[in-house]
Design a protein. Structure first.
Length: 258
């Protein structure tokens, strides 16, 4: 009986993981289609989406991923892994010229294909993070997926703009973004299988994810919204940043955690 329940739980967890990672791929497709539909409107909305994503990622890292890590690992170990993760993602950015532009007009058009490679790696890691979060707790998986999804929207729109300005046709840019986004599904499956083989190692993916979120927010998202010097728009952008910070704990208050 216990084995049967355990198998059902594994199937349910895998289902959640596949649904979450598939939704990330759909977000990439919808973001690209939205940009190809109305570029001007998207340019106005992007700063708000970036601010929302920055707040959500910080909130998810500090209020969910790290506290959950402390329950499974000594705090010093969890924080050390988080720091190593932060530094590792900085190194990856330098190696792969991993650049997430959140504007339609970007200067580094020559990095279109390198950008796709970097995005594929990034999405693969996102998939593993989603898998690890759902394995630990379905609620943690939901909040982690939400934070990643909110970051994915402005990122995919920016990447789509880079591909267009690099000479890609809209159709080729859409399909390229979609194909690259499917690596999140591959990463999710790898994370799930990795858990089955090395269950005790899965908990280390939580502080790794926290380091990933902190790096993206600190190096990629916050500088984008900080550079906006339009006074009235800056106030709205900052309010969206606060909304992002409050979003995760609000969901935790109104929705059951287990």
């Amino acid at each position: 009986m216990c084995n049967k329940v355990a198998k059902i739980n594994l199937v349910m967890t895998l289902t959640y993981i596949l649904l979450a990672s598939t939704s990330m791929s759909l977000i990439a497709l919808l973001s690209a289609l939205a940009l190809s539909w109305r570029v001007r409107f998207t340019n106005r909305v992007l700063p708000l989406l970036v601010a929302l994503a920055a707040g959500t990622m910080l909130s998810a890292a500090f209020l969910h991923l790290l506290p959950e890590s402390f329950e499974h690992l000594p705090p010093q170990t969890a924080l050390t892994v988080t720091l190593i993760s932060f530094v590792a993602f900085f190194l990856l950015e330098k190696i792969f010229h991993w650049r997430h532009c959140h504007e339609i007009e970007c200067a580094d058009h020559q990095f279109a294909y390198i950008n796709l490679i970097g995005d594929a790696l990034h999405n693969f890691v996102d998939g593993m993070v989603i898998a690890a979060a759902f394995i630990v707790d379905p609620w943690l998986g939901l909040t982690t997926t939400l934070a990643l999804a909110l970051h994915e929207i402005p990122q995919e729109m920016g990447d789509f703009g880079v591909l267009l300005l690099s000479g890609f046709t809209p159709k080729k840019a859409v399909w390229s973004n979609l194909f690259v986004s499917l690596t999140s599904l591959v990463g999710a499956l790898a994370g799930y299988l990795f858990h089955l083989e090395l269950a005790t190692s899965t908990i280390y993916l939580l502080p790794i994810a926290a380091g990933n979120f902190l790096y993206l927010a600190a190096s990629d998202l916050i500088p984008e919204i900080r550079n906006d010097h339009h006074r009235s728009r800056s106030v709205v952008v900052f309010l969206m940043f606060l909304v992002g910070i409050c979003l995760i704990p609000l969901l935790g208050y109104y929705l059951p955690e287990h």
